[in-house]
Design a protein around this ligand. Structure first.
Ligand SMILES: [Fe+2]
Length: 232
């Protein structure tokens, strides 16, 4: 009786170990593929000059910290990373004449520019594992008071990841210099974030972001090669 059981006792653990190993290998491959896709899309943004260099990486890190401090689970943090890095991927579909226009956009141009969250969603939702991140990107220009786009979601109707990206993105846009305008001093950018807390921005996300960003923003400006004297 024990003879017939012995091979079973040997075989089952070995098969189980092999299965576990294969599952782990597949998980690692999927994770590597996911990272490669994020890097490839990020490079695409660089080619279109839609990244702000050091800022984008640091701001993605800040997004993740806000998510961690707000108790996001691992899967949600992964979506947050995607949304923080690739929220403007849809701008690839916006004509350069609009993206680089040195003056204010007219009504028609602005309407086209406002399509970029939908364009980004349309691309990323095709990729397995990026469906949720695509939705978070779709809503990154919603305002907390319901006046944003594309849907006009309000308060907690807006995905939490989108609410965080909205704050970080706005801060980045305010402090970054463009060919046609100089970035705002970071203290003024912070003042504007606070002023729009509760209307444009989720107050919790603003408070959480400012709790550590204020102390670190100088390092970011220094790392980006921006003279601190012009940033204050
Ligand atoms: Fe955007």
């Amino acid at each position: 009786m024990w003879k017939s059981q012995y091979p079973m006792a040997e075989v089952v653990p070995v098969d189980f170990a092999m299965d576990s190993l294969r599952i782990k290998q597949v998980e690692q491959q999927i994770s590597a593929l996911r990272t490669s896709l994020i890097c490839a899309f990020n490079q695409l943004l660089d080619l279109k000059d839609l990244n702000t260099g050091v800022h984008s990486t640091r701001l993605a890190e800040w997004s993740m910290r806000v998510g961690q401090e707000l108790g996001f689970e691992e899967a949600e943090l992964q979506n947050l990373e995607v949304a923080a890095l690739l929220h403007d991927i849809g701008k690839v579909g916006i004509p350069d004449s609009i993206l680089r226009k040195p003056s204010r956009l007219d009504e028609e141009e602005y309407a086209l520019m406002k399509k970029h969250p939908e364009y980004g969603w349309a691309v990323l939702r095709m990729l397995p594992g990026f469906e949720r991140g695509a939705l978070d990107i779709l809503h990154h220009h919603e305002n907390f008071d319901g006046t944003g786009y594309p849907v006009g979601l309000k308060g907690t109707e807006i995905p939490p990841v989108s609410r965080i990206v909205s704050v970080i993105d706005a801060f980045d846009a305010m402090v970054s210099s463009r060919p046609y305008r100089k970035g705002l001093p970071y203290k003024e950018a912070i003042r504007r974030l606070v002023a729009a807390s509760g209307s444009q921005f989720d107050p919790v996300a603003v408070k959480c972001f400012l709790s550590f960003a204020q102390g670190e923003v100088m390092t970011v400006f220094a790392a980006a090669g921006t003279p601190v004297s012009t940033s204050l």
